[in-house]
Design a protein around this ligand. Structure first.
Ligand SMILES: [Zn+2]
Length: 440
């Protein structure tokens, strides 16, 4: 390399062309993902969004273009009855470790700094077990602190977290103070991390775009932004950092509708994630009991969207939401037999919702016993339809990686084997051109 570089500097135009050709070949050879092979490492300028499949809830690991890292949720459902009855998916890769531990190991493998890499940010969308870690009989006591290990607490045993943002800090009293076991455990975990690991905690502030920022080389990537769209029913207006509340004064919203939502943009590329926001008003309650419409209005069209609430059959992907976001790619974080529901999927697939092609990627598909639950939920006809449709998803099992090329004009979807560690590439889809791309 030294010789070729000095030839390059020496200024011979032929040498220069040769070196450029070698670098180009080397670069594409090193960065092209190939089925059956290990995933090529993230490189500076790329944006990686890994939807991690543990079979137990939501977790997404982001490596931003300058190497800043972010984890969005660390779910561990622990619905032990539902796992036993096979309504919920089995754990991935297997049940020999807890989901938060698997997520930690995944982060360590994919982190640009390797095993010792810290998470610059953790964002927790809302306080349900499938997003922060639930408590089950098998959740052990933390070795050092007065709390039990699950989800995010399990992960923090091995991966250092620098800053954590959630919807409740510091008072945890909206819509009401919770004395529930899950919240008390979570807060004891935070307190221990603050005192012993210098964890910083902040409230996720809707409207702002200066809370989740590039920390290593922001000046190199001026067209990168994470806009906080919503939290606690408060939604960005699209103007400055101002927000307004979707909830009437005194109303008692669901935990799901308090979820944080964000839009990430990188050059021409954009991505939406909104936790478990609902898109259908609750029966006999006001229109404010659905959040998708209000959030869609300020989000606008995106390339990739994580489907809200795992595709829950009764309450997500309303027609207005789809008609505004128009995702080219849908990612669904599936862990239960009900996900996605037939009506949700019909709306997602319909060109009446929005025109043009779309691809759907789900983290989990068939497991023994799932079909019987689908029949109970949806009947034989809709189950047969769902099975056929899901079989024809672009991919329906594995970790789903959205890998955006430097600059943000193009991206690929890469499926990574979720049964082994480290999992090889299973399939590669794209490249897709970002919707706002003006590149030739
Ligand atoms: Zn959830």
């Amino acid at each position: 390399m030294t010789a070729t570089l000095s030839a390059f500097r020496a200024g011979s135009s032929i040498a220069r062309l040769l070196v450029l050709a070698m670098l180009t070949v080397h670069r594409s050879a090193s960065s092209a993902p190939v089925p059956g092979k290990p995933l090529p490492s993230w490189e500076r300028g790329m944006l990686d969004i890994h939807q991690i499949n543990t079979g137990t809830g939501n977790a997404a690991f982001f490596v931003l273009p300058d190497g800043t890292t972010l984890l969005l949720d660390a779910g561990a459902g622990y619905r032990e009855d539902k796992v036993k009855s096979r309504y919920d998916a089995p754990q991935r890769p297997n049940a020999s470790r807890r989901p938060g531990q698997w997520i930690g190991r995944y982060v360590q493998r994919m982190h640009p700094d390797g095993d010792a890499g810290a998470l610059d940010y953790v964002v927790l969308t809302h306080f349900h077990g499938d997003h922060i870690g639930g408590l089950g009989p098998s959740s052990p006591q933390a070795p050092a602190g007065a709390y039990r290990l699950t989800g995010i607490a399990d992960l923090a045993e091995t991966v250092r977290i620098r800053k954590l943002l959630d919807r409740g800090w510091p008072r945890y009293d909206f819509p009401a103070r919770s004395g529930g076991e899950l919240m008390l455990n979570y807060r004891a975990f935070l307190q221990w991390q603050i005192e012993n690991r210098a964890l910083q905690v902040e409230a996720f502030a809707p409207g702002r775009s200066d809370q989740l920022v590039l920390l290593r080389a922001p000046q190199e990537f001026p067209d990168f932004e994470i806009r906080n769209l919503a939290a606690n029913g408060r939604v960005w207006t699209g103007s400055g950092t101002t927000t307004r509340s979707r909830f009437p004064a005194g109303a008692v919203p669901s935990e799901n509708n308090c979820s944080t939502a964000l839009r990430l943009s990188y050059g021409a590329f954009s991505y939406f994630s909104g936790g478990d926001l609902s898109g259908t008003p609750e029966t006999n309650r006001g229109a404010w009991t659905e959040m998708e419409s209000a959030v869609a209005w300020v989000c606008g069209p995106v390339d990739v969207a994580l489907l809200n609430h795992h595709g829950s059959p009764t309450d997500v992907a309303n027609a207005f939401f789809l008609s505004v976001l128009q995702p080219r790619i849908h990612v669904i974080s599936v862990y239960a037999a009900s996900q996605p529901g037939p009506d949700v999927l019909r709306r997602m697939l319909s060109e009446r919702s929005y025109p043009g092609p779309r691809d759907i990627f789900a983290t989990n598909w068939q497991w023994p016993g799932r079909r019987e639950h689908m029949v109970k939920l949806f009947g034989e006809t809709d189950t047969a339809w769902l099975v056929d449709r899901i079989n024809h998803f672009t991919a329906n099992q594995g970790h789903v990686l959205v890998r955006v090329e430097p600059g943000g004009n193009q991206y690929r979807i890469i499926i990574i084997d979720d049964q082994h560690e480290p999992g090889d590439v299973v399939s590669v889809h794209g490249p897709f051109t970002a919707r706002n791309s003006t590149a030739p």
